[in-house]
Design a protein around this ligand. Sequence first.
Ligand code: SF4
Length: 470
Amino acid sequence: MKARPFQFIDVPRRMPRELPAKVRVLGWQEIHAGFDADGAAEQGARCLDCGNPYCEWKCPVHNPIPDWLALVREGRLFEAAELAHSTNPLPEVCGRVCPQDRLCEGDCTLHTGFEAVTIGSIEKYIVDEAFRQGWRPDLSAVRASGRRVAIIGAGPAGLACADRLARAGIEAHVFDRHAQVGGLLSYGIPAFKLEKSVMDVRRQVLEGMGVRFHLGVDVDAALGAELLRDHDALFLGTGATTPVDAGLPGQALAGVLSALPFLVANARRQRGEKYEGDVAFALAGRRVLVLGGGDTAMDCVRSAVRLGAAQVTCAYRRGEADMPGSAREVKYARAEGVQFLFHRQPVAIEGNGAVTGVRLAATRAGSGRAGSLELVPGSEETIAADVVIQSFGFRASPAPWWQGIGIELDPRGHVATRGPAGATSHPKVFAGGDNVRGADLVVTAVFDGREAGNAIARQLLQMGSENINV
Ligand code: SF4
């Protein structure tokens, strides 16, 4: 397709076809189809090539967005896929799950006045279609270095690290307790945002690059010591999975769930794996109340709708504009029938053996520091619920044995790193993603894994062997 200057004036922003809410809640498939070549080229051609690509700077992995949009417009798909992978080891994942409205698209020059280019959907198109047509990363010039690195955690940080190591000729061995790769990409994010076949394809691609997966393996102190001894370096990418405990009275009542175990159990159920917590699937016809306002809370409310809940409500202590997740997810949830209660803080979960409701108090701006909240006296009311899902965020969950090998933690309990490449207090150990940052975005974990992989490769390929087994 030929470039036409100012095409954005005549061609409106268009997303790929969206399943109507009434239809999509009947299943778990992704709610957007993909672009075809013409659709991607047309939308890519809306890029103004403004010369100062704020989108690129706002993107946490600094994708060369205008460059791959131009390649898509010219039909040079494989070159676009190559370029997309130069900065992003998991572009098809980020194209699906990034909150683009807060990142690249939110900073697109066209965002004010003409609506942003559909960057995420085009990124997804590039890689899905290139894979479908048989494109694979070309490692034919890579020579094996004889180095080996163990990666604990097959989530976004671990996979991104493995990708960079494989490209440097370093054998990457990825260990994960789950039966499939992806970590929360496979077991946390529901299929209506990221279909699990996407991770199956990515696994095949990485295996084709020489990455070795050791799945269903819990790395304990003994195995950790072995990995450290037998590998030239170790990368810790285990995420943040410890729920923040709000300490609400009544949270031990039957029917009170924690967001992540609920989502994991549902993903396991869909994959035909063993799962715990039958109540998670006894939602049909029940009143479900989700406490919290982030993207994980949105994953819970939208999952509850698909599990047949009669009524799904989300209570959040601040206003809609203050929600920490993507506004797009809130819009989708609302279209799927979710009710929202803003400026409401839970003060107790009520019930007798099993939950019957949650006492909520109204909030307003506090008189203390900026952003503080206070409860409005006399505003408490009970909202009836049969199932309550708590989604107050997650903290890093470092394994107890890490400190035994000299890995320092910061005061929040996250792995303490030195510099952006994830070096830790142990010279052979690197870390990145949520176990360093606390719960954050998939794309920031990808960035950390990429940077750590590059740093490990530099360290191993420049050192003499006598320096490596520290
Ligand atoms: Fe946008 Fe995320 Fe892709 Fe970056 S990685 S271009 S922020 S969708």
